[in-house]
Design a protein around this ligand. Structure first.
Ligand code: FE2
Ligand code: FE2
Length: 263
């Protein structure tokens, strides 16, 4: 089983890139299942039912979210209808949306959930470590493959989650910072881990946003709109291979990147 996981999809450039290239990439690499974070997919902040559908049709099988989950107006009324979308599991239980996904792939159940970090992050959330422990114990008997996303600002919190879950999930991957890290590997007890996958969007940018506007904010501190950037578009993430006949059974982790000028 080969699973492709992609970093935060940023705006229309990110969505269009997936529509143009993802299905070909999946075929070429024999990918069985694709997960992507969609928290920046609609106008750079949040998700809508329409953009989720577009991403799904482009070839993403499951969409996760992060701190921007409720940025788009009315999404709280749409999320429950989207059976392939989950919101961070450690948000207050009163929040709408699924806190986990279970998807059958080639006769095997794949479980996915996201926990959000608590350092330098906006939303007030439950402990990501305790939430991950609870979800793993609830989901383990029901799924053959388990994937955890840590959506967080600090590398330390992400690494700590990776070590805490080593041997208990097939993959722990980080998102939110939009810049890929070079530490992807299998941890000693067999969990694949990468601190941040990067993003699916425009790299000639500051984290996907217009350079001039973002630099200006730092220079004079004045508020201004930072629209989604438009150049040097690509997708970043990783591919993990899993032998589903073995317990845990993660065989390999490979960081991937595909850019417009390479295809
Ligand atoms: Fe993001
Ligand atoms: Fe985020």
């Amino acid at each position: 089983m080969k699973i492709l996981v992609l970093g935060d999809i940023v705006g229309r450039p990110g969505r269009n890139f997936l529509t143009r290239h993802l299905i070909d990439f999946k075929e070429r690499e024999n990918i069985n299942f694709c997960v992507a974070n969609g928290e920046n997919a609609a106008g750079g902040a949040g998700l809508t039912a329409k953009t989720a559908d577009e991403i799904r049709k482009a070839g993403v099988d499951a969409i996760t979210l992060g701190d921007h989950v409720w940025d788009q107006k009315n999404f709280e009324n749409e999320i429950n209808h989207l059976e392939y979308v989950c919101r961070p599991a450690n948000l207050p239980t009163s929040n709408p949306g699924r806190d986990r996904l279970k998807v059958e792939v080639n006769g095997l159940n794949v479980g996915i959930f996201t926990v959000m970090g608590r350092s330098f992050m906006g939303p007030k959330v439950d402990c990501p470590f305790a939430t991950a422990d609870r979800l793993i114990s609830e989901m383990s008997k029901d799924v053959g493959i388990l994937i955890c996303e840590i959506h967080a600002e600090t590398t330390s919190e992400k690494e700590a989650i990776g070590w805490h879950l080593d041997g208990r999930t097939n993959l722990v991957f980080g998102t939110h910072t939009h810049v890929p890290t070079a530490d992807g590997r299998l941890l000693p007890k067999g969990t694949a881990y990468q601190t941040d996958l990067g993003m699916t969007g425009p790299r000639e940018s500051v984290l996907g946003r217009n350079i001039e506007a973002c630099v200006g904010r730092f220079l004079d501190g004045m508020p201004r709109k930072c629209p989604v950037a438009e150049s040097d578009i690509g997708m970043q993430g990783c591919v993990v291979e899993i032998d589903s006949d073995k317990s845990l059974g993660t065989i390999s982790h490979k960081r991937i990147e595909l850019r417009e000028d390479e295809v």
